[in-house]
Design a protein around this ligand. Structure first.
Ligand code: SAM
Length: 276
């Protein structure tokens, strides 16, 4: 019998994948967690019905949510990741030679456990000497730090459940305060086709707080519509200007991709600059 898993990307749109095996299905304190082995995308992590990461296409998202800020900041040393309990973002941050410490703050320890059990190529990062894993609410964590981090990456779930406040202006103000005087924030801000409301919340909220706000794009096949956006808030450095390019084994990111990612189609420009 064929077994398929389907994500409702909208109430009228599904992405379905053929499943070899269900590896885990549980209700955690925060969400419904499921890991399935799929035919096309390898092991897939699903939270509350939304695909979070897959073994086959994770590199696009994890390289692009990290390397743009890491390479446009002249000397990123201490990086905070909020969410990202699968470990992929942490893996990319600690690869960067100037980073001396990366702190991952994930609210749900069962996500970290699932990553350890089923995503070894992501969770390998947890044991690295530069890495620190904290199980806590990222919102409270940033409130307790001032002038502390060079870069903060918000690798969150959609704005539902424990992640709702991660898209609020008050949270972006706490992040601003937790960053050093030339710090940068990067968040995943979802699909310009299907989640304009999320871009409005993230880009609009960050723009209220940071002097420089820019949006860039990448193609992530398993995310709704495939076209994914990221928003950077920066106190000083322009995220489009590359300041350092360590020679790392990137599969998607390159200095050329970095520059191209900021070239926005007109319909995306209209989302972030509605009056122009
Ligand atoms: N790349 C993914 C995506 O866009 O679909 C996100 C991956 S990562 C698994 C998202 C993580 O954010 C989840 O594990 C979730 O538990 C965590 N999270 C949600 N709200 C949080 C909060 N307030 N503090 C810390 N982590 C949070």
């Amino acid at each position: 019998m064929d077994l398929w898993v389907a994500e409702f990307q909208t109430p009228a749109l599904k992405l379905s994948c053929k499943v070899k095996e269900t590896l885990r299905s549980e209700t955690t304190e925060y969400q419904e967690l499921c890991v399935v082995a799929t035919e096309e995308y390898g092991n897939m992590l699903i939270l509350d019905g939304a695909i979070q990461t897959t073994e086959i296409d994770e590199f696009v998202y994890h390289e692009m949510i990290t390397q743009v800020a890491l390479n446009s900041h002249p000397n990123p040393q201490h990086v905070l990741i909020i969410g990202g309990g699968d470990g992929g973002t942490l893996r990319e941050v600690i690869k960067h030679p100037s980073v001396s410490k990366a702190t991952l703050v994930e609210i749900d320890d069962r996500v970290v456990a699932a990553a350890r059990d089923f995503f070894p190529s992501l969770s390998c990062s947890f044991e690295q000497p530069k890495a620190e894993v904290v199980i806590a609410d990222g919102i409270e964590y940033v409130k307790n730090h001032r002038n502390h981090f060079d870069i903060i990456v918000v690798d969150s779930t959609d704005p539902v459940g424990p992640a709702i406040q991660l898209f609020a202006s008050s949270f972006y103000q706490s992040v601003y305060d937790a960053l050093k005087e030339d710090g940068m924030l990067v968040v995943q801000s979802e699909s310009p086709f299907l989640n304009k409301n999320v871009i409005d919340m993230a880009f609009g909220g960050i723009k209220q707080v940071f002097p420089l706000t820019k949006l860039y794009l990448a193609n992530v096949p398993t995310y709704p519509s495939g076209l994914w956006s990221f928003t950077v808030g920066s106190k000083v450095h322009d995220p489009e200007t590359i300041k350092n390019t360590p020679k790392l084994d990137w599969k998607y990111y390159s200095p050329e991709v970095h520059k191209a990612a900021f070239a926005l189609p007109n319909f995306v420009k209209k989302i972030i600059e509605p009056g122009e």
